[in-house]
Design a protein around this ligand. Structure first.
Ligand SMILES: Cc1cc2nc3c(=O)[nH]c(=O)nc-3n(C[C@H](O)[C@H](O)[C@H](O)COP(=O)(O)O)c2cc1C
Length: 429
């Protein structure tokens, strides 16, 4: 078993009462990595993070050190670090845990990242609904400032950095990095066309890195325990510890810190305690709502970026939603489509019109009004959305609809031929 010798680091101090305070964080070695980082050149930190193999935990899995390396060194413009704490993907609730139970771990990672890219200001963009976590983070920022970890000449060095928190208004699109940047600038959160990428033209037109909460929480451990330690965990190109958020039909839903590459079945059966009543797994959305569904007979898979892509799905945020055999897959597809239709910002026609169209067709099929040609139309809409929008919300909406319709085609056809939901659904309740 991959987990036999694994020791959690990201959740290590969370078991202690008051784990969100500076006192508890420091008792367990908190901010020692920042002091170590400040003894090194920024490029050494970037190199370390590159060698660790850390890939972004916000969904796309982009190598973090490489992203930091894109920030131009010879520029007169200020540089910014933006923390993406918008976590709005259905199924994902891991970043919230860090903000709530160990905000200083996030702050330390944010400060080290800011130092590495040469930023003197970091913004934490937090989802509006996370009011409790926002308060805890605000308090943590104050504690860190008072202790000299934030502000001028940090720990006696020549480097200064301020951290500012910004509370969003609860829009999924503001988690998309350029939507986040627009929102931080006080505008409507409409994603920008890329290139230019934020590393070159980001916040206020200046070089900017946007990183996920969990990504940054990994950084102090890389500095302290070494890139070799980090890269030794999990499969090649997919290294490190990971916070898996497990939900749906499992006996023990929750956040589990385990190595990258753990088998999805092991995650569900051993850590999640299996499916209630011993029912069979019908399907799993492996990494948040935007990832194509896997059938129950496809879950003997390593949970990592490359393996999930090879299997025709996505690792996403690494937060599986489990569905047992009582689940109607047309309804599951409709609920997912309804979310994306609601969250589409409306800027691009294929996404704005396509998401609503998919939602309506799925509801038609679920309620027994569907025809076989609706299934073809549904798939054709997914083809027309994918790759034709400014940001990846369009893809994120098309992929799950296509996944459900292809993987569970028989069930879709059964709805159509029997003119009802065979699982007793078909109403709003
Ligand atoms: C519609 C949409 C919503 C997103 N929401 C989030 C989010 O809530 N949190 C997050 O970290 N990344 C989110 N992302 C991914 C970000 O655009 C970006 O890739 C990420 O913050 C980069 O951080 P990382 O490299 O550390 O993963 C979203 C992307 C899209 C297209």
């Amino acid at each position: 078993m991959l987990t036999a010798t694994f020791e959690p680091v990201l959740t290590k101090t969370m078991q202690y009462p008051e784990s969100h305070t500076l006192e508890v964080y420091r008792k367990h070695g908190g901010y020692e990595a920042l002091a170590m980082a400040l003894q090194k050149q920024p490029d050494e930190i970037i190199d370390m993070v590159k060698r660790s193999g850390l890939r972004g935990r916000g969904g796309a899995g982009f190598p973090t050190g490489t992203k930091w390396g894109f920030v131009p060194k010879s520029t007169d413009k200020p540089k910014y670090m933006c923390v993406n704490a918008d976590e709005s993907e259905p199924g994902a609730f891991k970043d919230r845990l860090i903000c709530q139970k160990d905000p200083h771990q996030l702050l330390e990672g944010t400060l080290i990242g800011s130092y590495a890219i040469g930023a003197n200001r970091a913004y934490i963009y937090i989802r509006g609904e996370f009011a409790h976590e926002a308060r805890l983070l605000e308090r943590a920022i104050e504690e860190a400032r008072t202790a000299g970890f934030i502000g001028r000449n940090i720990l006696g060095s020549s480097w200064s950095c301020e951290v500012t928190m910004y509370v969003g208004a609860g829009a999924y699109i503001c988690g998309e990095e350029t939507g986040l940047i627009e929102s931080l600038e006080g505008k409507r959160g409409w994603p920008r066309l890329k290139p230019p990428f934020p590393a070159v033209v980001g916040l206020f037109g200046c070089p900017t890195v946007v990183n996920n909460v969990e990504t940054l929480a990994c950084v102090p451990h890389i500095v302290k325990l070494g890139w070799e330690w980090f890269s030794s965990i999990g499969p090649e190109r997919n290294s490190g510890p990971k916070l898996y958020g497990l939900s749906g039909h499992v006996n023990r839903p929750g956040v589990f810190e385990l190595p990258m590459g753990i088998s999805l079945r092991e995650l569900i059966d051993e850590h999640g305690g299996g499916v209630p009543g011993g029912r069979p797994v019908k399907g799993v959305i492996p990494g948040g709502a935007s990832c194509p569904v896997l059938r129950g007979d496809e879950i003997d898979l390593p949970m990592d970026f490359d393996s999930l892509t090879r299997a025709g799905s996505l690792f996403g945020t690494g937060t599986p939603i489990v569905m047992d055999d009582t689940t109607c897959m047309v309804r599951a597809a409709w609920i997912t489509a309804r979310f994306f239709a609601h969250e589409s910002c409306g800027q691009c026609t294929p996404c704005r019109e396509g998401c609503g169209w998919m939602q309506r067709l799925l509801w038609k099929i679920e309620t027994g009004e569907g025809e076989e040609r609706d299934l073809d139309t549904l798939l054709s809409i997914t083809d027309q959305i994918e790759g034709n929008t400014i940001c990846a919300l369009g893809d994120a909406a098309a992929w799950p609809t296509r996944g459900f319709a292809k993987k569970f085609r028989e069930e879709f056809l059964q709805h159509i031929t029997e003119r009802r939901c065979p699982l007793g659904g078909g109403s709003l309740h």
